[in-house]
Design a protein around this ligand. Structure first.
Ligand code: 13P
Length: 288
């Protein structure tokens, strides 16, 4: 089916389960995500970071995702992940993305509000969903590298003002998760998440969904998270498989075999996440 917006995917707002949102970089990643979601009959959000856009091009990756979506019967949204400028958001909207995340978390509060609001105005004119970030998620994600001393949790006193004055559809709070692998034990502030959940009604996103223990994912969902972003675990599935492939077949020169093996492992990881997020069979619950 045709792409739908991230907001539609999150309507009615998932409760007791979460929609998986997965970072992709090329055709094989897109197929891995879409095929795993189809097998699971789960709605899914495909995320493209600025680095992935630079690598693949918004038009190319957009066309691949649309082609994949049209060949299955599950709800799929395509969203810019951590867009840092108005211009990149507009580029993605023009290429038919159905959601954009504008990440002004590196800016002072008032500037984050102003940038996010400007993106909301144009995105909503085109019926495109907007996710904003308040607080700053740490760690490394493609082009973004937020050192731990620069990361900070969401200030609950700013949440209502941020949501109301920007008009965003989805909120990504910083609750202690990080992008990339965790050094030591993940420290998630569930009390803060609970406070935020009580303050606003829009869907809440958990970034940094890789490398987390099952219990944390389950508690996050129980505490009101309804979209979980995963990137790093797929990257490792792909690159570890490629390394292993060449270790076992040093003479191989057929790219299809190598990338095909990597795609299979990426698909397995996505399928496991959808199961963990309790998203299996939820395609029919989404308002299309
Ligand atoms: P991970 O790479 O840690 O899974 O984080 C992905 C993410 O939050 C994308 O926005």
């Amino acid at each position: 089916m045709a792409l739908i917006t991230t907001k539609q995917i999150l309507t009615p707002q998932p409760s007791g389960w979460a929609v998986g949102a997965f970072n992709v970089h090329n055709m094989e990643d897109v197929q891995a995500v879409v095929w795993a979601a189809e097998e699971a009959q789960a709605p899914v959000i495909i995320l493209v970071s600025e680095s992935a856009l630079k690598h693949a091009g918004a038009a190319y990756i957009g066309s691949i995702v649309k082609a994949a979506s049209e060949r299955v019967n599950i709800p799929i949204a395509l969203q810019l992940d951590h867009g840092r400028s108005y211009e990149v958001a507009v580029e993605c909207i023009k290429e038919g993305f159905s959601g954009v995340m504008i990440d002004g978390s590196h800016l002072p509060f008032a500037e984050n509000v102003a940038l996010t609001k400007k993106v909301v105005e144009v995105a909503h004119d085109f019926g495109v969903t907007v996710e904003g970030e308040l607080g700053r998620v740490g760690g490394k994600e493609d082009h973004l590298n937020v050192a731990s001393q620069d990361a900070f949790l969401t200030d609950p006193d700013q949440v209502v003002e941020f949501v109301e004055s920007t008009g965003i559809d989805i909120l990504a709070p910083a609750i202690g998760t990080v992008h990339g692998l965790y050094r030591g034990e993940p420290m998630i502030d569930f009390a803060l998440l609970g406070k935020i959940r009580a303050l606003v009604h829009l869907p809440l996103v958990m970034h940094g969904g890789s490398d987390l223990p099952v219990a944390i994912i389950e508690q996050a969902i129980a505490s009101g998270i309804s979209k979980i972003n995963v990137g790093t675990d797929i990257k490792y599935a792909v690159t570890d498989t490629i390394k292993e492939y060449f270790r076992d077949h040093p003479e191989e020169f057929e790219p299809r075999k190598v990338f095909g093996a990597a795609r299979e492992q990426a698909k397995r990881v996505v399928g496991e996440k959808l199961l963990l997020f309790k998203a299996v069979g939820k395609a029919r619950e989404v308002n299309r």
